[in-house]
Design a protein around this ligand. Structure first.
Ligand code: 6R9
Length: 599
């Protein structure tokens, strides 16, 4: 043993920031032998090149509790086969492969095979209904889809006529009588060679497409490029404290950006073991995984923590009394405000503080965090990571950063509230919204990316989340666009118009509530409410559909005809109504508008 060896020590925040440069960090990546950067290569090939193919990449925990370990070598072989399949099927570089899959080994081989082959991957939520699935595949021009038979039959087959460009549907479990127009994933991959050479990849080549929700219009397709992997890798070290030998568990759904950046990419680039839970949330199951898999670093969400808090045993005993959580070293949270109670609970129940991390689909990687080496400040999101420059910008009347002659105003005063902005130019910054260059441009001003979140910064530089500057709803960590929900509701024959808001909820943070103006011929009774709720759930899926519906006699509109969700929300919460100068005169009860859809 080398007597001079010392454990790597996390640098303190100030010195890490002072010496940081993205260009220098690039040496942490392996880089392709023939040039460029490829996410799939960094996640898989580099470990084989470095002689670590026999390390365990994934430990898949089945619904029945069975555990299957996959080495990096097996992951390389599985993803190589899928990369060959894409080429055999004739997919061109840059064309899009969609997944509608839960966490399982084939998800990893599909994602990594797609990235290694230079095709673009777009993950969808399995909790989406047919409507959100179809809309995203239409917008994203999906060429291939990998899913299961059950999900295909329920969510894709009914909308397939809308998807003429969807050439190949690969089913993991086609069965003896496969549905027409589908291919067998196992048959195709079994027949493919298990070695694949990643071609030179331009660091600025598109790699991932993630749909996220805005206030108006269709979902936004955020495009990410291969060099994003540098930010995935570096932030996992700084904000999640990932080190060689760790067992990492990220509970995020693979349809969400967190499930991709930190559920798949970042831990693999570090060569650590990732726990893949194929089952659903249940407190005993989760504690069991933490204990039995000897998880060392755990990345989860406030809603999950609140559910665990609620499930605490009545006798007041800590979960550590039943489950050995002694391997757990680091806990982090993302996606919604982390209430101080959850931080305190973590300290008491798990014996560790919970580190908050803030980021967005658009930022691709963690930007602000209770830095791994720092003591946690409960209630604060933390400070900008090394390589990230943040600011609080003064807002105008509309509640968004005010831009005057192309310039923004940075608020220096501690505690002042404004819009959170990030100096543009980090590697995982999104490079466009699909088909919407203007919407993309509108996110930037004066060299800053405007996040749409309201924050304040204290005298020591810690950031505190205040709320969103727009109407987008965050429920159980997932963004929901009110417009998408309103449009689906209005497809119901009884609905003349709808306005959708987020209502605070103890468990999910926020739930979706819809105010519905029924058509005059439909009496607004409990039966209609149940009917509209069920209709929305079928169309949108449980992740997006409203949980509550209130029938109203009119909805407040702006003079330009948009439903004033802000006012609905203020009324619901008993808040001051604020500026209502653009409010239109109320309509006579029951007057149906021709369409509440925006232009
Ligand atoms: C990764 C992810 C982004 C929005 C973001 C903000 C909210 C995320 C948060 C948080 C308070 C945190 N958000 N992290 N709010 N504290 N630590 O969540 O991406 O789904 O695009 O959502 O989520 O409002 O703007 P995405």
């Amino acid at each position: 043993m080398n007597a001079l060896w010392v454990a790597p020590v996390m640098p303190d925040y100030e010195s890490a920031r002072a010496t940081f440069s993205w260009r220098r960090e690039r040496s942490r990546l392996a880089g392709l032998p023939d040039g460029g950067i490829n996410i799939g290569y960094e996640a898989v090939d580099r470990h084989l090149r470095e002689g670590h193919g026999d390390r365990v990449a994934l430990r898949c925990v089945g619904r029945d509790g069975s555990v299957a370990a996959m080495t990096f070598a097996r992951l390389a072989a599985g993803s190589s086969r899928f990369a060959h399949v894409l080429e055999t099927l004739g997919l061109e570089r840059g064309e899009r492969v969609f997944t509608l899959l839960g966490r399982r080994f084939e998800l990893y081989s599909t994602v990594l095979g797609t990235l290694r082959a230079g095709r673009v991957l777009c993950p969808l939520f399995t909790a989406f209904g047919p409507e959100p699935v179809a809309l995203r595949m239409e917008l994203g021009n999906a060429r291939a889809l990998v899913t299961t038979r059950e999900l295909y039959e329920r969510k894709v087959a009914p909308v397939r006529p809308r998807l003429p460009h969807l050439r190949h549907v690969l089913l993991l479990d086609p069965g003896a009588d496969p549905p027409p127009g589908t291919l067998s994933f196992p048959a195709l991959t079994d027949a493919a060679p298990d070695e694949y050479t990643v071609q030179p990849t331009d660091p600025a080549e598109p790699a991932l497409l993630h749909f996220t929700s805005g206030t108006t219009g269709t979902p936004k397709g955020a495009v990410h490029v291969h060099e994003a992997v540098l930010a995935h890798h570096v932030t996992a070290a700084y904000a999640l404290d990932l080190h060689e030998g760790d067992v990492f568990w990220c509970t995020a759904d693979p349809g969400w950006v967190t499930g991709m950046s930190y559920g798949i990419i970042a831990p693999l680039t570090h060569g650590v073991t990732t726990v893949v839970d194929e089952g659903d949330f249940a407190p005993a199951r989760w504690y069991g995984i933490l204990a039995d898999q000897h998880v060392t670093v755990w990345y989860t969400a406030p809603t999950a923590l609140r559910m665990l808090m609620r499930a605490a045993p009545r006798d007041g005993s800590a979960p550590t009394a039943r489950h050995d959580l002694s391997s757990l070293r680091f806990v982090a949270s993302v996606g919604e405000p982390l209430n101080p109670e959850a931080v305190h609970w973590g300290r008491e129940a798990l014996g560790l503080p919970v580190h908050d991390t803030w980021w967005q689909t658009e930022t691709g990687a963690i930007m602000i965090a209770n830095f791994a080496a720092d003591p946690v400040r409960p209630g604060s999101m933390g400070r900008p990571l090394p390589g990230v420059e943040a600011a609080v910008l003064a807002c105008g009347e509309d509640g968004r950063a005010a831009v005057t002659s192309g310039h923004v105003q940075i608020l220096q005063e501690p505690g002042a509230q404004g819009e959170l902005a990030l100096r543009s130019g980090w590697p995982s910054m999104f490079r466009g919204y699909l088909h919407e260059p203007q919407r993309y441009e509108a996110c930037f001003a004066d060299g800053w990316y405007l996040t749409g979140d309201l924050v304040s910064r204290d005298a020591d530089g810690w950031y505190w989340f205040v709320g969103r500057a727009d109407d987008v709803i965050k429920s159980a960590g997932h963004l929901i666009g009110p417009f998408e929900v309103e449009s689906a509701l209005m497809e119901h024959p009884a609905v003349a118009e709808a306005g959708v808001i987020g209502r605070p909820d103890e468990l999910a943070g926020t739930i979706v509530k819809a105010f519905v103006l029924p058509r005059p011929e439909y009496p607004p009774d409990p039966q209609l409410r149940r009917d509209v709720l069920a209709f929305a759930r079928r169309r949108l899926g449980p992740a997006v559909a409203p949980r509550e519906i209130e029938f109203v006699e009119d909805l407040p509109h702006t003079r330009s005809g948009k439903v004033m969700r802000r006012l609905l929300r203020a009324r619901e919460l008993g808040l001051p109504e604020g500026d209502v100068s653009t409010l239109e005169a109320p309509e006579p009860a029951g007057t149906a508008r021709p369409s509440g859809k925006e232009p």
